[in-house]
Design a protein around this ligand. Structure first.
Ligand code: 3PG
Length: 209
């Protein structure tokens, strides 16, 4: 059965999408987000540190809603679930990938970039989708255009979303939240500047449409 989570889009105005290169960053990074008022994190499975980072955050920062992103092959879904992820995000959607994600029993936020992809996911029972890559695919205007014919679908746009354009997305009727990496810049993580991450989180937590 489809385990889409409509609630996931209501947890926070922003889901931080993070790339963790050093597993030692995982816990202070998650703590900084919580301190700033963002109690959700999507750890992307793009680095060797990602799964160990998910394990650490699950064990040491249980108050953050911890997800795994960049789930692109079926094995990722099971690995992320075993590591302690509580939701899964995919940049795009195939039947095999969705099936593996659904088998974990975790809520899944599947990616779509076109009306056809969104309709295919709606047929499978998904009503909350990731719109990716948001800016490159057409941005706010494109997503607004989907609201007319697809009024029952809600999106979390990610990919090129930033502190400057997040409000424009959040103002759309079919956007529940946005996702992005701007809260956790690589140089800031490398410098261990957790106060800077907390400050970016504070700004993000107050975003509204
Ligand atoms: C994602 O996986 O959602 C994107 O890579 C995030 O995009 P951004 O780095 O442009 O915010």
């Amino acid at each position: 059965a489809t385990t889409n989570s409509t609630d996931l889009l209501d947890v926070s105005p922003v889901i931080p999408v993070v790339v963790i290169d050093d597993v030692e960053h995982a816990v202070p990074l998650a703590q900084a987000l919580v301190r700033g008022g963002i109690a959700v994190i999507e750890v992307t499975l793009r680095t060797a540190a990602a799964l160990p980072a998910i394990e650490r955050i699950a064990a040491e920062v249980p108050e953050i809603l911890l997800g795994a992103g960049t789930v692109t092959v079926p094995a990722h879904a099971t690995q992320a679930a075993s590591a302690g992820a509580r939701f899964l995000v995919t940049p795009g959607s195939t039947r095999n990938l969705l099936q593996a994600a659904e088998e974990t029993g975790l809520p899944v936020l599947p990616g779509a970039a076109t009306a056809s992809e969104a309709l295919a996911l709606a047929e499978l029972g998904y009503s909350s989708l990731k719109f990716f890559p948001a800016e490159a695919a057409g941005g706010v205007g494109y997503l607004r255009s989907l609201a007319g014919p697809l009024p029952n679908l809600r999106f979390c746009p990610t990919g090129g979303v930033s502190a400057t354009n997040a409000k424009d997305y959040l103002a759309l009727p079919n956007v529940g939240c946005v996702g992005g990496s701007w809260l956790t810049p690589a140089a800031t993580l490398a410098a261990g500047d957790w106060d800077a991450v907390a400050a970016l989180a504070t700004d993000a937590a107050s975003l509204t449409g």
